[in-house]
Design a protein around this ligand. Structure first.
Ligand SMILES: *[C@@H]1O[C@H](CO)[C@@H](O)[C@H](O)[C@H]1NC(C)=O
Ligand SMILES: *[C@@H]1O[C@H](CO)[C@@H](O)[C@H](O)[C@H]1NC(C)=O
Length: 455
């Protein structure tokens, strides 16, 4: 019964997920079924579902996510490059557990119950570049686990209850050498109390084994005197609140996490960020500054009513922005100027107010004809309710010949066409607000800028 329910649920979920179909396509459908086998059901116990095998960008993936697995199966194909095992029930990574997958480049083990990694667990994985162990129950591990992985460049260890004691010393040392730039970022100590919240990368290694001794020697075990609470725990951090997926596309999933703010420490290499269905009210300047690879940002179904100028600073390559189902009345002048390569803008289900403030948005859209947008209707004032905002602005311009004239003479389509070089420059300096305006605005009001500079 339980088996059947899980299977049904799985089928339902699959058919409800629109993105998967077109992306994986025929290859997936064609070559699955390796792990099937009612006959083996006794042996495999709960490991009911077959994994999905598919090709993407010429590499072979085996997707075994969400399958209640406790280990890997001997009959899985051995020539895969990417093994996705997120959200299973694996507790221990045993010696040689993956050694049959000699071509493996990435191994995603996040969101399991892993509390122990044997020293030879990854032996044979000489091609592995990416190892994801975040959101597990690891307290300690030795540097030895990384020895079989000469090519490892990405290692995620955060959101594990690391116990920063002497036994973690060798791993911490390994993470801190300069060549480990992308190994173990964001991982933090869960204990001892004095080190709670400290990053493994930043720990004073020399003190790890010393501190152990001190704690031991302290009369009463040091439990009696509680130091001040750790400030580190207060801010919601993306790395512990949200889930990140590396393959096939780096995605940060922070949907429905009760967030009031954009979490701090957004990973910098994320391509899609889903912050939908939270309670974020206000976007402050430069919160996405480090997310420079972001192509899709989903902020739908929040309570956004204010977006600061420069809130989108740094999002040079953003192609799609979903702001639907919020409480936006208008965009403040300049807010959209950082979005050089935007293609889709979802604005539906916001109470847009059709007064003078809305003109900036229409002006910007007019100068970025490559941006397709949806859902721009007036909700206030009463007389324009339900109007398309463009139509409202047209009537306004109709009454005001001067505005019309300005609109007519301005043929520049600049902002969008800004060359990569320009875009790069803005990204790197990122500071001067004036510099971030697209060319048509600059050309139109050169004098105004001079005055601002002088004052
Ligand atoms: C944003 O998230 C909402 C709800 O989570 C979803 O319905 C919508 O399709 C997403 N938008 C994009 C552009 O992916
Ligand atoms: C819009 O957002 C509210 C919460 O802000 C949510 O309850 C509702 O389901 C969302 N509507 C849609 C169509 O996503």
């Amino acid at each position: 019964m339980r088996l059947l329910t899980t299977l049904l649920l799985f089928l339902l979920l699959r058919s409800a997920e629109p993105r998967r179909g077109p992306r994986v396509g025929a290859a997936e459908r064609g070559s699955r079924g390796r792990v099937r086998g009612r006959g083996r059901a006794g042996v495999m116990r709960r490991q009911i579902q077959e994994c999905k095998e598919y090709m993407e960008a010429g590499e072979k993936y085996l997707d075994c996510q969400d399958r209640q697995l406790t280990t890997v199966m001997q009959d899985w194909p051995k020539d895969i490059q990417h093994l996705l095992l997120a959200r299973n029930k694996i507790q221990v990574l045993r010696d040689n557990m993956f050694s049959q997958f000699t071509q493996l480049k990435s191994l995603d083990l996040q969101q399991n119950d892993i509390s122990m990694v044997e020293d030879e667990a990854f032996s044979g994985l000489s091609q592995l570049t990416t190892l994801l162990l975040q959101h597990n129950r690891l307290k300690t591990a030795s540097e030895d686990i990384l020895l079989p992985l000469p090519r490892l460049t990405y290692l995620r260890l955060y959101d594990n209850p690391w116990s920063c004691q002497c036994s973690l010393d060798s791993l911490v040392r390994k993470l801190q050498v300069p060549s480990s730039r992308n190994l173990g970022n964001y991982a933090k100590c869960a204990d001892p109390f004095l080190l709670t919240g400290q990053k493994l990368k930043k720990l004073r290694v020399d003190s790890l084994c010393e501190d152990d001794n001190q704690v031991d020697r302290r009369p009463g075990g040091g439990d009696g005197r509680r130091p001040r609470p750790q400030p580190n725990k207060l801010k919601p951090e993306a790395t512990s609140m949200c889930h990140t997926y590396m393959f096939p596309k780096p995605l940060l999933d922070c949907s429905s996490k009760d967030l009031n703010h954009i979490p701090s420490e957004l990973p910098s290499d994320i391509v899609k960020m889903d912050l939908s269905r939270n309670s974020i009210k206000h976007l402050r300047p430069k919160q996405f500054l480090l997310s420079k690879d972001l192509k899709l940002l989903n902020l739908s179904s929040n309570s956004l009513n204010h977006i600061d100028t420069a809130a989108f600073a740094g999002l040079l390559y953003l192609r799609e922005l979903d702001l639907s189902n919020n409480s936006l009345h208008y965009f403040q002048y300049g807010v959209l100027e950082d979005l050089y390569f935007l293609r889709k803008l979802s604005l539906g289900n916001n109470p847009w107010i059709c007064d003078y403030n809305i003109h900036y948005l229409i002006y910007w859209l007019k100068h970025h004809p490559g941006v397709s947008y949806t859902g721009l209707f007036c909700s206030e004032p009463q007389e324009f309710r339900g109007w398309r905002v463009e139509d409202y602005v047209k009537t306004y311009n109709g009454e005001c010949p001067k505005d019309k004239q300005t609109g007519g003479t301005d043929t520049g389509q600049g902002g969008q066409g800004g060359s990569d070089n320009d875009a790069q420059e803005v990204g790197e300096t990122g500071e001067g607000q004036g510099e971030q305006l697209p060319r048509p605005l600059k050309e139109k009001k050169p004098k105004r800028f001079e005055i601002i500079r002088l004052s």
